[in-house]
Design a protein around this ligand. Structure first.
Ligand SMILES: N[C@@H]1[C@@H](O)[C@H](O)[C@@H](COP(=O)(O)O)O[C@@H]1O
Length: 243
């Protein structure tokens, strides 16, 4: 079942998403969280930091598994998702960094890096709650439109549209890595609950296709229609084609 929650704007979307994550962690302090990068979830992370500082929620027993990482970036590279997660979330809450996991983009052996990550996520029993953003082309994690749905963690070639979209965070478009390690669609579907966040008109088509389009690997997010417990929190612009 896919439940749509409409938010007024980015801040409202972020607070609503943070409320859902926070409730999950309060109810199950040793929650396994699947986490996402990108601009969209930053507001939710900052809201959770604020509630942590006020003593409303704690992360001492939480374990996290991120969706993806660029291949070839070291953990300390400011463009890496390792760095992003520390900078925007982990360094500001009481999480044990040993309990946080991101695919090892610094390992050039793609097969080994992906197999190792898959095993870690499986050993953790898969996320209780998976937070997801959505790409303009309907990608989730870095699972790009394709002719089949992917299974476990694997190495992907990023599409031109993703490289272009993500280049805003790099100095030059040439600096955007061309490959990434990402959890597969099947792994994402193993999460017991999935929380998708989306804002802005650029996401309207992808959000529409995710909710109401055919279930097809051409829009990887569309498979979420088959998951028993998905919540989409999106602002009005992202929902503008869903009326
Ligand atoms: N790999 C990430 C995704 O996990 C993210 O959901 C998406 C949207 O990013 P944003 O939230 O910045 O629009 O793009 C990136 O490529």
């Amino acid at each position: 079942m896919l439940k749509i929650v409409s938010a007024r704007d980015y801040d409202d979307m972020s607070r609503k998403a943070a409320n859902i994550i926070s409730a999950q962690v309060i109810l199950k302090p040793d929650t396994v969280l699947g986490l996402a990068t990108g601009s969209t979830p930053i507001g939710a992370y900052h809201q959770l930091i604020d509630w942590y500082k006020k003593g409303d929620v704690g992360f001492s027993q939480v374990r996290t598994y991120n969706l993806d990482e660029y291949r070839g970036l070291s953990h300390d590279d400011p463009q890496s998702y390792h760095y992003f997660m520390r900078d925007n979330f982990f360094d500001h809450i009481n999480i044990d960094l040993n309990n946080t996991h991101v695919p090892d983009g610094a390992n050039p052996d793609a097969e080994a890096a992906c197999a190792e990550y898959d095993k870690m996520v499986a050993d953790a029993g898969y996320p209780d709650l998976q937070l997801l953003g959505i790409g303009n082309n309907g990608h989730i994690g870095f699972n790009e439109p394709d002719d089949h749905f992917s299974k476990g963690t694997h190495c992907v070639d990023l599409t031109e549209s993703t490289i272009k979209a993500n280049s805003r965070l790099f100095e030059r478009e040439e600096d955007v890595p061309r490959q990434a390690y990402t959890m597969g669609v099947q792994t994402i579907m193993y999460a017991r609950m999935i929380l998708v966040v989306a804002n802005g008109a650029a996401k309207a088509q992808a959000v529409h296709d995710m909710c109401f389009g055919p279930v097809t690997p051409q829009c990887p997010a569309s498979i979420l229609q088959l998951h028993p417990n998905v919540v989409l929190v999106a602002d009005k612009e992202a929902l503008s084609l869903c009326e």
